[in-house]
Design a protein around this ligand. Structure first.
Ligand code: SD4
Length: 335
């Protein structure tokens, strides 16, 4: 993986923990918080949670909290992996995938390959609230967004333009034509923001948003907008969000798997490990992570492939924010 930001975070985490015992600090992949709470993945998690927390603290809905959390990341000017200004496809265009679930009604909305509109999670929310559909894709998703009052604008900025020009200058075709990742995952890099909230009324919302995969084949839709793949939730159980190689992960519906195991009483961390193990057991060698939290506030995560330990999620409740680094140890990779 050549994700400079992830590499940096992993190195920083390892350095910080190595300074003490020489070992990784006490892994805290699991724990419990009282509600209301919001959980958000990766290193943008703390900032996203801080944006969402006032909504929850003021008695607002988990739906608004998740939208705030994800909008925060989508609109960060320097965030390359989510929202505008990042991850161009093979022809230099940035396209977005997002989904959102409202627990009380189990209503979903999603957009895939959304073009020229910045707040993909908000468009997904419109799909959920204004239509009977679950997923709208491509230029038609753009037309839908404009119809709902969103501004049509370029998703390219200097950074994404430069990233694409540098890649295009090599004259290689996208790595999506390479063999399936059975020996090694050679993806250039990828990240997704996933967010799960439970509000003071006990209502659950789950959402995620991403640019997907660098230099993807135009039209590619990843796991993020697919219920049960990039995100899943059940009002009576809890939620799970995924990040990583969505082309592989969506074949196994790992967040659905995680939540269903939690329904049977399995702690979130073990459920997430089992869902990833289902994929590695079939021989895939990939990078992927899952963060999950029950309606009761028990949380946990698992990951494979990010050996630098860089995958984290953050959980915010009235006691503050806690960052949870997810150890790569529990799930073994084949080979
Ligand atoms: C995708 N799963 O489109 C997303 C990307 C991601 O960490 O999450 N990367 O494949």
């Amino acid at each position: 993986m050549k994700t400079s930001r992830r590499g940096f975070m992993g190195a920083a985490a390892i350095a910080a923990t190595a300074a003490g015992t020489g070992l990784r600090a006490q892994p805290k992949e699991s724990g419990r918080v009282d509600g209301p709470f919001v959980l958000t993945t990766w290193d943008f998690g703390p900032g996203a949670n801080e944006t969402a927390w006032p909504v929850l603290a003021g008695g607002g809905s988990a739906l608004d909290a998740v939208e705030h959390s994800i909008n925060h990341v989508e609109l960060l000017p320097d965030e390359y992996w989510v929202g505008y200004g990042g991850v161009p496809n093979e022809v230099g265009e940035t396209t977005l995938d997002a989904t959102i679930l409202w627990g009380p009604t189990h209503d979903w909305g999603g957009v895939g390959c959304l073009k020229r509109v910045k707040r993909a999670i908000s468009v997904a929310r419109k799909v959920m609230e204004e239509t009977q559909h679950t997923l709208i894709v491509g230029d038609d998703a753009t037309r839908f967004a404009v119809r709902m009052g969103f501004e049509e604008t370029s998703l390219t900025n200097l950074r994404s333009q430069a990233a694409w020009e540098k890649w295009a200058a090599k004259g290689v075709k996208t790595d999506a034509f390479d063999p399936e990742p059975m020996d090694a995952d050679r993806l250039a890099g990828h990240d997704t923001v996933g967010s799960i909230a439970v509000d003071a009324h006990g209502n659950l919302c789950v959402g995620c948003s991403t640019n997907g995969r660098e230099f993807k084949i135009p039209g590619r839709v990843g796991d993020s907008p697919v219920p049960g793949a990039g995100a899943y939730g059940d009002q009576f159980v809890g939620g799970a969000v995924a990040t990583g190689n969505g082309d592989v992960m969506m074949r196994f519906l790992p967040t659905y798997h995680t939540v269903e195991l939690m329904r049977q009483g399995m702690p979130p961390q073990l459920a997430a490990e089992a869902a990833l193990k289902r994929i590695t057991d079939r021989g895939y060698k990939f990078s992927g992570g899952i963060a999950a939290i029950g309606i009761d506030g028990r949380y946990g995560g698992a990951q494979v492939g990010w050996d630098d330990g860089g995958f984290s999620f953050s959980v915010r409740n009235r006691e503050g924010n806690r960052r949870v680094w997810v150890s790569p140890e529990p799930v073994s990779q084949p080979g």
